[in-house]
Design a protein around this ligand. Structure first.
Ligand code: KIV
Length: 290
């Protein structure tokens, strides 16, 4: 049975940290499921780590639906959360409902995530009221990067910290089942986590959140040399893979690959008949040329 928001809430009730990882394709989704991750986020970070953009702004609803459908198709247990891309939920609540509905029906997700605090709370309320589980996302909101002027830590001064507290409360009051706190000072994230009943999921928000989310590519070293301050690289898989491809290329160039183990034989009598045919054919061609 696939996890729902209840299983995540149960983890929080048991005092067990909630583990979330992003996944975008069959490869990352299967590995995360095998590692026992209870919920996968098809994040708009795919704009950077899959599509090669600098920001998530170019990611469309169709992109997230496409990747969510893959992730939900190849997994059985984790809750799949689909990120709502830039401008797919902010025009008005009806637009948000229609687009979240597509994510659930076509992408197979069991919940959606959207960026925004107090201002977005009426939209969250409307979505939750019609049965769409919503995860909030406050603090650093990469879709607002042009407004904020960069990907920077949020809530460092009193005014913005107070606003973040209000945002967190508004998201909970609107009915969200959890809220991501991105790039928020650890003491503020702790305060928010203590104040809210719903789980807080941190990314660059310290150890006191109820759970953590990380981008798959950051964890396993598949995003070049760049490791964000908030991420720990557990394996340099990019380096391992590059070396493997390099060895393959060297083997092909030196004719060490493929060898007999990776090639297919044919029966001697068939080959002999074929060669006789080929000899006869080339003889006929020579005659015709004379
Ligand atoms: O898009 C994403 O991957 C995210 C997480 C980093 C929270 O929003």
């Amino acid at each position: 049975m696939r996890n729902t928001i209840r299983e995540l809430q149960q983890l929080q009730a048991n005092g067990e940290p909630i583990v979330l990882v992003t996944a975008y394709d069959a490869f990352s989704a299967r590995l995360c499921e095998a590692a026992g991750v209870p919920a996968l986020l098809v994040g708009d970070s795919l704009g950077m780590v899959v599509q090669g953009h600098e920001l998530p702004i170019p990611v469309t609803l169709d992109h997230i639906i496409y990747h969510s459908a893959i992730v939900s198709r190849v997994t059985r247990t984790p809750l799949i959360i689909g990120d709502m891309p830039f401008m797919t939920y902010t025009v008005d609540p009806e637009q948000a409902l229609t687009n979240a509905g597509r994510l659930m029906q076509e992408g197979g997700v069991g919940a959606v995530k959207l960026e925004g605090g107090e201002v977005l709370s009426p939209t969250i309320r409307r979505m939750v009221d019609v049965g769409i589980p919503v995860m909030g996302h406050i603090g650093l909101m990469p879709q607002s990067v042009y407004k904020v002027g960069g990907l920077r830590v949020q809530g460092r001064d009193l005014e913005t910290a107070q606003q973040l507290l209000r945002d967190a409360q508004a998201v909970e009051d609107a009915g969200a089942f959890a809220v991501v706190l991105e790039a928020v000072p650890a003491p503020l994230a702790k305060l928010i986590s203590e104040k809210l009943r719903i789980p807080t999921i941190g990314i660059g928000a310290g150890v006191h959140c109820d759970g953590q989310v990380q981008v798959f590519h950051d964890l396993v070293g598949l995003f070049g040399d760049f490791v964000p301050r908030h991420a720990r690289r557990y394996v340099d898989a990019g380096k391992v893979i590059q070396e493997a491809v390099q060895q393959y290329a060297d083997d092909v160039r030196a004719r060490r690959f493929p060898d007999s183990e990776h090639s297919f034989a044919m029966k001697d009598d068939i080959l002999a008949a074929l060669m006789a045919d080929a000899t006869q054919m080339s003889g006929t061609e020579d005659d015709a040329a004379d």
